[in-house]
Design a protein around this ligand. Structure first.
Ligand SMILES: [Zn+2]
Length: 306
């Protein structure tokens, strides 16, 4: 029995998307209204050191990733964007000023994404195709943003989280990359990963869920997506999440818990994750997904919503 199994070709490991939202610790939505935007320039900036640390870890492990860089950061640190490109990574957009999409008008959103894309492309010297909204803030009330993203030249978005959450999410939206047909054209939506447990989609791939819950949860969840569904997981992290030395800002109890919990253990976890799974940049993962699933283009997903 053992011999037979050994002769069977092993299934190719699935390549998952490694994505980093490049912002500083004070940009996080939890601190909206607590740290006024006019003060951002006066706070200690740690984004370069933390992102460089991630670049070192990825170089050590020969992992390439997608960095969704905030335009505000790229404007102040264009050399950081160039180091990301030099490391063989993909540069994508996290918008300019980290304002929640559903708090903006169509006009301010367009200005924000246009400014971010231009700043990033000029720093990176490469085109920017992808976008991820601050705090996954494309929800049923801000779906108009997809038209603007298409019009402004983005080909994929990673902002619609198919879960229930107090600030974001469309729980009934598809869990794996899919094409969205809009009036302005088509774009690929690449949601952060979840696993299905009973009637619920539970987040398994990144951010606070990675930092706060036991590592075994993420490992189980990604393995389940890879092995049972044969789909790539889309994982995300922020540079400040591996920085236990960052200045402590005031926030409510829930905000403090979400932001500061287990910062000291996250780098070790990330290294473990890179040993346990294979990763690549989003552009490659989506190309592979489209090749494997021709039906990806386009899915008649949720016509009442889209
Ligand atoms: Zn962000």
């Amino acid at each position: 029995m053992r011999d037979v199994r050994e002769r069977l070709p092993a299934a190719d490991p699935v390549i998952n998307a490694m994505t980093i939202d490049v912002e500083d610790y004070f940009h996080v939505s939890v601190f909206d209204g607590i740290v006024p935007r006019q003060q951002w320039d006066r706070l200690e900036s740690r984004v370069c050191a933390n992102t460089d640390r991630l670049l070192d870890i990825f170089a050590e492990r020969s992992v390439r990733a997608t960095f969704f860089v905030l335009g505000w950061v790229a404007e102040r640190h264009p050399a950081l964007v160039r180091r990301i490109v030099a490391g063989g990574h993909e540069v994508a957009s996290h918008g300019y000023g980290h304002r929640l999409v559903y708090d903006q008008t169509r006009r301010t959103f367009r200005d924000d994404v246009r400014r971010a894309k231009a700043t990033l492309e000029s720093a990176a010297g490469t085109p920017v195709y992808g976008y991820r909204a601050p705090s996954y803030s494309i929800t049923p009330r801000s779906l108009w943003a997809l038209d603007i993203l298409i019009e402004e030249g983005h080909t994929y978005d990673s902002s619609i989280f198919p879960i229930r959450h107090d600030r974001y999410g469309i729980p009934v939206s598809p869990r794996h990359p899919y094409a969205v047909d809009r009036q302005a054209g088509t774009l690929i939506e690449a949601p952060a990963s979840t696993t299905r447990v009973g009637p619920l989609n539970l987040p398994v791939a990144g951010g606070g869920y990675f930092r706060i819950l036991p590592y075994g949860w993420t490992r189980w969840g990604i393995a389940r997506v890879n092995d049972r569904e044969r789909r790539p997981a889309i994982f995300y992290l922020h540079p400040w999440e591996i920085d236990p030395e960052q200045p402590r800002l005031k926030a409510g109890m829930l905000g403090r818990f979400r932001h500061y919990r287990n910062l000291e253990g996250t780098e070790r976890r990330l290294r473990r994750l890179l040993s346990d799974f294979r990763f690549g940049p989003m552009c490659e993962v989506l190309t592979l997904a489209a090749a494997a699933e021709p039906a990806l283009m386009p899915v008649p997903a949720l016509p009442y919503l889209w």
